[in-house]
Design a protein around this ligand. Structure first.
Ligand code: ATP
Ligand code: MG
Length: 171
């Protein structure tokens, strides 16, 4: 698999800054469908109350991954990007709250929206462009990094919550 070395390096640095645990899992998907399937598969490891921060540039595959998660957990027909609405809700036994903070600039804006009620609620929260939400997130949360490695491939680094006995996730 071909990688841009410079890109890989900066990605690694970004992961280090965010205290990525040693038991992270690295996956490379070769199509949009594989990224969707990864989201559906990970749904089985997640439970109500979990918060998932999805990092990665425009078009990196964050929304594709959420589509798979929602397919596995909710009867909802489809997932669209919540860019213009900030939040899309998908009801189910475990509801999914899909946030996209791309258009927001300050953490204060998030507090005004009442995001913390969701972050500390019973559903699964998935967050695109989560950086400004970091001060509000529960300490225990998943981090997933999406990187464009070629037009059709994505390098995806999955980091389970710290102190959550995460080794068992990959058993
Ligand atoms: N391996 C892959 N996994 C996921 N998407 C892929 C892959 N290869 C190509 N793509 C394409 O990349 C795009 C990913 O779009 P997506 O909306 O999921 O990105 P995003 O990370 O949510 O971006 P944004 O920050 O703009 O919301 C889609 O057009 C998809 O078809
Ligand atoms: Mg998106």
């Amino acid at each position: 698999m071909m990688h841009n070395t410079k890109q890989m390096h900066s990605q690694t640095q970004k992961e280090e800054r965010k205290n990525v645990p040693a038991d992270k899992k690295v996956v490379e998907t070769g199509s949009e469908e594989e990224t969707v399937a990864l989201g559906a598969g990970l749904a089985g490891l997640m439970k109500g109350g979990d918060v998932v921060a999805l990092y990665g540039e425009l078009g990196a595959g964050k929304t594709c991954w959420v589509r798979g998660l929602v397919m596995a957990l909710s009867a909802s027909a489809g997932v669209s990007s919540p860019t213009f609405t900030i939040l899309n809700e998908y009801p189910g036994a475990t509801p999914v709250y899909h946030f996209d903070f791309y258009r927001l600039r300050t953490t204060t804006e998030l507090e005004e929206i009442g995001c913390e009620e969701y972050f500390y609620g019973d559903g699964i929260c998935v967050l695109e462009w989560p950086d400004i939400a970091e001060p509000l997130l529960p300490k225990r949360h998943w981090k997933i990094f999406f990187e464009i490695s070629s037009e059709t491939t994505r390098r995806i680094v999955i980091c389970p919550p710290e102190n959550g006995g995460s080794a068992c996730f990959w058993a």
